[in-house]
Write a protein that binds this ligand. Structure first.
Ligand code: IVH
Length: 261
């Protein structure tokens, strides 16, 4: 049934992030970057959105193509479905690069997920498991008119291109906001910078508590080196860049159990 979605090569591979689970691992990551580069390094801290990764290609301000991650080198063309999502602009505003890719996450807000499940319960249908799977299933629907009925949202966190992208990651994401994308809001602490491990741990502790109040699911925090010019210098491991890392929150069920011991 997924025949409808043509497999298309990504212009740039869609990499994954190395996961970490402890303060020690964060300390090690920061140390490795300090050793590789030295001097003052600025880190960007973001939420790790628990949805479906998507890569959008824009040319001359128009949405040309939307691909899922697939295996990272080939994605599935879900352009028609993505075009139905209100927070993804079909046409950009302001001053933007002629050609670029932007990546982010498509997700279903919790309230929308609960409403969908309440309706399914009423109709005696099997309930959806969680917002992420429901968002992922929605993008694979064969009828775009059905996708349009689902209140999917999107948050963008990565701009890629050869020209016209700001040197600093934080700046590049906020510029994307001016072009019309839904991007993390610094005034809500959804994105921030830190100069050291203390600042990073403050952000992690804040969101470990505050995530319960978000209208959507996150499963961790993502840390990135702010200066994009350092990304090449830091390079890659087998599948993930060295300039970024994920910190995963302990799953709710696991921490409950641990508390009882
Ligand atoms: S950056 C090379 N930023 O996590 C870095 N990813 O395993 C590219 N994700 O596939 C990704 N929130 O689906 C980045 N703020 C964020 C993210 C994020 C969620 C997902 C994304 C990616 C996976 C990494």
């Amino acid at each position: 049934l997924t025949e409808k979605f043509e497999k298309v090569p990504h212009q740039r591979p869609m990499l994954s992030l190395t996961n970490t689970y402890s303060e020690e691992e964060i300390v090690d990551w920061v140390k490795r970057i300090d050793e590789a580069i030295g001097g003052d390094i600025e880190f960007v801290m973001e939420l790790k959105y628990d949805g479906v990764a998507i890569s959008l290609l824009y040319e001359n301000g128009q949405l040309k193509q939307a691909l899922t991650r697939g295996d990272g080198s080939m994605g599935e063309d879900v352009t028609q479905n993505i075009r139905t999502i209100g927070s993804i602009p079909l046409e950009l505003k302001g001053i933007y690069p002629d050609s670029f890719e932007i990546r982010g996450e498509v997700f279903l807000p919790r309230a929308a997920f609960q409403k969908m499940n309440a309706e399914r319960a009423e109709q005696g249908l099997e309930l959806y498991a969680n917002p992420r799977n429901t968002a992922s299933g929605s993008l694979k629907l064969l009828d775009s008119r059905e996708v349009a009925k689902r209140p999917l949202d999107a948050m963008m966190y990565f701009v890629l291109g050869d020209d016209g992208i700001a040197d600093e990651h934080f700046q590049s994401v906020s510029e994307a906001g001016f072009w019309g994308f839904h991007v993390p809001d610094p005034s809500k602490k959804q994105i921030a910078t830190a100069a050291n491990v203390n600042g990073i741990m403050d952000f992690i502790h804040y969101w470990d508590r505050a995530r319960a109040d978000l209208p959507f699911d996150i499963d961790g925090i993502v840390l990135k080196v702010n200066k994009r010019t350092l990304w090449d210098e830091l390079g890659m491991t087998a599948k993930s860049p060295r300039w970024a890392v994920a910190y995963k929150f302990k799953a709710e069920a696991v921490s409950t159990r641990l508390n009882q011991i």
